[in-house]
Ligand binder design. Sequence first.
Ligand code: PDD
Length: 286
Amino acid sequence: MSLVYLNGEFIPPDQAKVSVFDRGFIFGDGVYEVIPVFGGRMFRLPHHLARLEASLAAIQLRNPHTVRQWNDIFTRLLANNGTADQSVYLQITRGVAARDHAFPPNISPTVFAYASPLNYPPAEQLAKGAAAITAADNRWQRCDIKSIALLANVLLRQQAIEQGAAEAVLVRDGLMTEGAASNIFIVSGDRVITPPKGPYILPGITRDLVVEIAHFHDIDCVEQPVPIGSLRSANEVWMTSSTKEILPITRIDGRPVGDGKQGPMHVRVFALYQQYKQAFIRGEVE
Ligand code: PDD
């Protein structure tokens, strides 16, 4: 792996060391971002940095870097990695201090970032789609913060894997929220629906772009609550994330979604999304 960034230094991964008293390690006291990179360009960087800013504000941590400094760090991490798809992971914790739940005064945050190759699902997998389970959303009430404390998400995703599925679609009070590590869309008739933003979902950057692209192309797309019954009767279900893009979910809890194959609305929206991405790589859109 190429160099990683840790607290101002670019160093080989095996030399990057963090104290055992780091509050990220002790409490999961930190936030993160995952930014996809296409053709050497960071996709929707301003959106990711705005969400980072919101996550930091929510946990009362000052952003340690300006937009320009972040840009410089990421650019240097990506410098020798060519044009293949990649992702940048970045994590900020509150820093190192003797263990005490309350914020310690005067500590500096720990800042870590690295780039790694990004492999999207191949065309065969898109056509086939993925399986999902439904599970009770037992996370906290601030799922809008991109927190590194992901134990509930980890357990939910693991539960899906152990049942032969790729994702857990979460349900709270009879309404679908999101996936363990993705946002969820359903298609009902000709209408594309995803739950509105709020404390129970992460405001996904891919989600927002899918909504934006759908609106731009006059596709009927709304942000409204999705009762579990609507999920069960949907013609199509998709999961979206920076690392999976838009992936059809073709089986839920062992039953087919629609006819159990990638649906026509997915084909259409996925193609529009890829067009947008190509225009971004060519520098025609930001
Ligand atoms: N996760 N919801 C949750 C709980 C997520 O963890 C993610 C992404 C998303 C989608 O957000 P975006 O489109 O901005 O990637 C929604 C990342 C990829 C991860 O944890 O690796």
